[in-house]
Design a protein around this ligand. Structure first.
Ligand SMILES: Nc1nc2c(c(=O)[nH]1)N(C=O)[C@@H](CNc1ccc(C(=O)N[C@@H](CCC(=O)O)C(=O)O)cc1)CN2
Ligand SMILES: Nc1ncnc2c1ncn2[C@@H]1O[C@H](COP(=O)(O)OP(=O)(O)OP(=O)(O)O)[C@@H](O)[C@H]1O
Length: 200
């Protein structure tokens, strides 16, 4: 406990800590945790039946929470729900957003993250998005998050309706507090972990 209190919880420190924690999980741990998160996502989406869900496309080689099972389940069970995925415009901090369906052509970007081909995919108006599944490395008890440090999601969420439902997905529990938040940080409304559904 003492040690925990003395540990700094700056974004840079948490980034390093949680990259390591995630890479230390074994394949079986990850499978079990992903299964629990998937079943929670099924209940949440069955209950609220959103029209448009924006989701990150996991880089499973970095042990990100897997969104693919949820995406396939949405496609087969929520027939009126559209899914949308981001594309990082190279050399910028900006993301564009494209319709994701079984026909969407995907390419791996420089970080091995699958993205819709911007030349042939259908661009989506952010005003239609109702739910965003947000990637993260760590989050705190107030719902603030730390990602890889590009600031992509804060820039994106700023463009969305403030009432949009922002759901983080994490294999780990929250830290008490992120020390160096800035005015751009937009908190999550919910974070799903294998242990608990946090609501903020
Ligand atoms: N699956 C997924 N898609 C996503 C995100 C994410 O976290 N996960 N992003 C969430 O924002 C955006 C991509 N942001 C990223 C930002 C930095 C790095 C990265 O690997 N950075 C290096 C640092 C040096 C470099 O620029 O290469 C690193 O962490 O080692 C990866 C993705 C958009 N799409
Ligand atoms: N809306 C914004 N406008 C301008 N700068 C921003 C905005 N959002 C974030 N930033 C800046 O981007 C940088 C990275 O932000 P931060 O460390 O919060 O990234 P992150 O949340 O870990 O990354 P990501 O959102 O890509 O997962 C910071 O310097 C932050 O101030």
């Amino acid at each position: 406990m003492k040690r925990n209190q003395e540990m700094t919880t700056t974004k840079a420190n948490l980034r390093q800590q949680f990259v390591e924690k995630r890479l230390a999980l074994n394949t079986e741990d990850i499978r079990l945790k992903n299964d629990i998160i998937f079943s929670v996502m099924q209940s949440i989406f069955t209950k609220i039946r959103p029209n448009v869900i924006h989701t990150f496309l996991s880089n499973t080689t970095r042990n990100e929470v897997d969104t693919w099972k949820t995406i396939h389940w949405i496609w087969t069970h929520l027939l009126h729900t559209k899914t949308v995925a981001p594309y990082v415009v190279p050399g910028t901090q900006e993301m564009q957003h494209y319709l994701l369906d079984s026909h969407t052509q995907l390419h791996l970007n420089r970080w091995q993250i699958p993205e819709p081909d911007p030349l042939i995919s259908a661009k989506v108006d952010l005003a239609s998005v109702e739910v965003v599944l947000v990637p993260l490395l760590a989050f705190d008890k107030k719902g603030f998050r730390v990602g890889y440090g590009g600031g992509y999601y804060d820039r994106f969420l700023e463009q969305c309706d403030p009432d949009i439902l922002k759901i983080g997905l994490s294999f780990f529990d929250p830290v008490d507090e992120i020390e160096n938040l800035d005015q751009h940080d937009i908190p999550l409304n919910m974070c799903v972990t294998p242990e608990y559904i946090y609501q903020f």
